[in-house]
Design a binder for this molecule. Structure first.
Ligand code: NZQ
Ligand code: ZN
Length: 381
C-alpha cells in the first residue's frame, strides 16, 4: 500500500425528507444565496418547493440562476458569477445532478477571483478561495456532492476540462434518495456507468497491486451499484435500491476508493470528455463506449491480473475476457450505448477525438499518446 493523505470535510445529511435540512445549514454561512439549478426537474419533483421553503424559513434570501445544461458550459457559468457579484451573494445553493453542482462550484470559485474563471480549467491559475457551497443532490453519479472537482465545457474551444481544489468541497450536501425516483431510465444508466467508471479508473491504473482494503471496498461498491441498478430499473420506487445507489455513487468518488493505490490516472475519463466536448453526449454514455475498448487494450498491455480479480469478485466470472464481456453486458442491460455508432459518432472522427483528448491528457499529466488513444477508440467501433 502506498502512502496517502485522506481528508473529506463535506457533511452529508442522508435520507428521506432531508431537503428541508439544507436551509438551516445554509443560514450558518450567509444571508443571500445564489440558487443554482438546471432545466426544471427540481420543479417537477418537489425539490424546489421544499428547498426554497426551507431557505425562507431559515432567513436566507436567494437569487436564481436556472438553466444549467447537462455538460455545463462556460458562458452560463460566467453569467452565474456576474449574478453572484451583482447581488452580493455570500453563499451558493445548488440543487440537481453533477452538472448543476459542478457549475455551482465554478461560480463559487469564480466569484472570489479577479480573473476569468476558465483560468482554473486551463491550468493558468489555481483556486485559492470560493463562496461556501451547499448542495441537494438529485442524481447519483458523479460524486461531485462530496468531492473537490468540477467539470465545465468551453464550447468555443470544444474543451471539456476540470478544476480541483479544496475550497470546492461542498460544506453540506443533502442526499434524499426519494428525489431520484423521478429520474428517467437513461439517467439511471448514465449514473450507474459513471459510478462504475470512478471505481475502475484507480483500481486498474494503480501503482500498487497490494492494497487489499481498497480493492475490497471497490468490489463491494461496484456490486452495490450493479445490484441496485437492476432493482431500480425493475421497480423505480424501490427505496432501498435508490438509497444504496445514491450512497455508493458518492463513495465511489469521494477519495476513499483510491486510498493507497498511488500514481493512478483517469484515461477513460480523459477520452470520454473529448466525446462529450465534441458531440455533447452524456458523460455516462460516453464512458460506456470507452470502457470496454480501454479494457481490451489494458489486457494487452498490463496483463489479465486485475481484470481476473475484479471479474471474479464483482461478476463471479473466470478470466479477463469474461470480465470485459460482463462489464459490457451490464452497460447494455442498463440501456447505455457501448459502441461509437450507437451514439451516432462516425469511426472516421477517431483522429479528431484523439486530438481533442490530448489537451486533457496533458493537463492531467498522463502518459497516453495520441496513437494509443486512437488504438483504444478503434476497439469501440
Ligand atoms: O437539468 P435538470 O432539469 O435538473 O435535469 C437533469 C439533466 O437533464 C436530469 N435530472 C437530474 N436529477 C433528476 C433529473 N431528472 C429527473 N429527476 C431527477 N431527480 O438529468 C439530466 C442529467 O443531469 P446531469 O447533472 O448532467 O447528470 P450527472 O449527474 O451525470 O452529471 C454529469 C456531469 O458531471 C461531470 C460530467 O462530466 C458531466 O458534465 N462529472 C463531474 C465529476 C465531479 N465533479 O467530480 C466527475 C465525473 O467524472 C464527471 O466528469
Ligand atoms: Zn465520471
Amino acid at each position: 500500500m502506498q502512502n496517502f493523505n485522506f481528508v473529506n470535510p463535506t457533511r452529508i445529511i442522508f435520507g428521506k425528507g432531508t431537503i428541508s435540512r439544507l436551509g438551516p445549514e445554509a443560514a450558518k454561512a450567509g444571508k443571500k444565496a445564489l440558487l443554482v439549478y438546471g432545466g426544471g426537474s427540481i420543479k417537477q419533483n418537489g425539490v424546489y418547493n421544499e428547498l426554497t421553503a426551507s431557505l425562507k424559513k431559515s432567513g436566507v434570501a436567494w437569487v436564481e440562476h436556472a438553466g444549467v445544461k447537462p455538460n455545463p458550459v462556460l458562458s452560463h457559468t460566467r453569467e452565474g458569477i456576474a449574478k453572484a457579484r451583482e447581488n452580493a451573494c455570500d453563499l451558493i445553493v445548488a440543487a440537481g445532478g453533477g452538472s448543476v453542482i459542478d457549475e455551482a462550484k465554478a461560480i463559487a470559485a469564480g466569484a472570489r477571483y479577479d480573473g476569468d474563471v476558465w483560468d482554473f480549467f486551463s491550468g493558468k491559475a489555481g483556486i485559492k478561495d470560493a463562496l461556501p457551497l451547499f448542495t441537494a443532490l438529485t442524481l447519483p453519479a458523479t460524486g461531485s456532492e462530496m468531492n473537490a472537482g468540477c467539470v465545465v465545457t468551453n464550447a468555443e474551444l470544444a474543451q471539456k476540462y476540470s478544476a480541483h481544489a479544496a475550497p470546492l468541497f461542498p460544506r453540506v450536501s443533502v442526499l434524499d434518495p426519494e428525489t431520484t425516483m423521478s429520474l428517467p431510465p437513461a439517467q439511471v444508466a448514465n449514473g450507474a456507468v459513471d459510478a462504475i467508471a470512478h471505481l475502475i479508473e484507480s483500481y486498474f491504473t494503480t501503482a500498487d497491486r497490494d492494497v487489499e482494503v481498497t480493492d475490497e471496498l471497490v468490489h463491494a461498491l461496484a456490486r452495490s451499484v450493479i445490484t441496485s441498478t437492476g432493482r431500480i430499473l425493475k421497480d423505480p420506487k424501490d427505496y432501498g435500491a435508490r438509497a444504496s445507489m445514491m450512497w455508493s455513487a458518492t463513495l465511489a468518488l469521494n477519495g476513499l476508493a483510491g486510498c493507497g493505490y498511488g500514481g493512478t490516472s483517469f484515461p477513460n475519463h480523459a477520452i470520454e470528455h473529448s466525446l462529450s466536448a465534441l458531440y455533447d453526449i452524456a458523460h455516462g454514455a460516453g464512458l460506456a463506449i470507452v470502457m470496454p475498448a480501454w479494457f481490451k487494450v489494458h489486457l494487452e498491455k498490463a496483463g489479465p491480473e486485475r481484470l481476473e480479480k475484479f471479474g471474479a469478485a464483482v461478476f463471479g466470472v473466470k478470466g479477463a475476457p469474461a470480465a470485459i464481456e460482463a462489464f459490457e453486458k451490464f452497460f447494455k442491460a442498463a440501456g447505455a450505448p457501448v459502441r461509437l455508432a450507437e451514439a451516432g459518432i462516425p469511426a472516421a472522427d477517431i483522429p479528431r477525438i484523439a486530438e481533442n483528448a490530448m489537451g486533457l491528457i496533458a493537463l492531467w499529466g498522463m502518459k497516453l499518446k495520441k496513437t494509443e488513444v486512437e488504438q483504444i477508440l478503434k476497439k469501440a467501433i
